[in-house]
Write a protein that binds this ligand. Structure first.
Ligand code: SF4
Ligand code: SF4
Length: 106
């Protein structure tokens, strides 16, 4: 079946998340991680692992054995994982001053 085109809802330009992510700069703090899993065992028992789906940059990855690893270097500090982990199993804080993501357009 041929996909149907829908009429544009407004005059806003199309936005591609990958293009936006390319404009970001990251200043990774390798000495003080700003988010981490509190108890890996809790993740092993978390069947749906929603963090893998809801993180906009895919920082959460499932590992063999059912634990979860966070690529904190790519975090854009949206705070979603801070509030949506159903088990409150993520320790989250803003990076220290001078570290973290820098948004080109504010
Ligand atoms: S949603 Fe929370 S408890 Fe579940 S796997 Fe992710 S970090 Fe672990
Ligand atoms: S704060 Fe946002 S970008 Fe960073 S790890 Fe959590 S969900 Fe992903």
């Amino acid at each position: 079946m041929t996909p149907t085109k829908t009429a544009p809802q407004n005059d806003l330009p199309e936005v591609y998340i990958d293009d936006i992510l390319m404009t970001l700069k990251y200043f990774t703090d390798e000495h003080e991680v700003h988010l981490k899993i509190i108890d890996p065992q809790v993740c092993m028992n978390c069947e749906s692992k929603p963090c893998v789906q809801f993180c906009p940059v895919g920082a959460y990855r499932t590992q063999d054995g059912g634990t979860v690893q966070i690529a904190f270097q790519s975090c854009v500090e949206c705070g979603t994982c801070r509030v949506l982990c159903p088990n409150s199993n993520i320790s989250w804080k803003l990076p220290r001053g001078g570290y973290g993501v820098a948004y080109k357009f504010g």
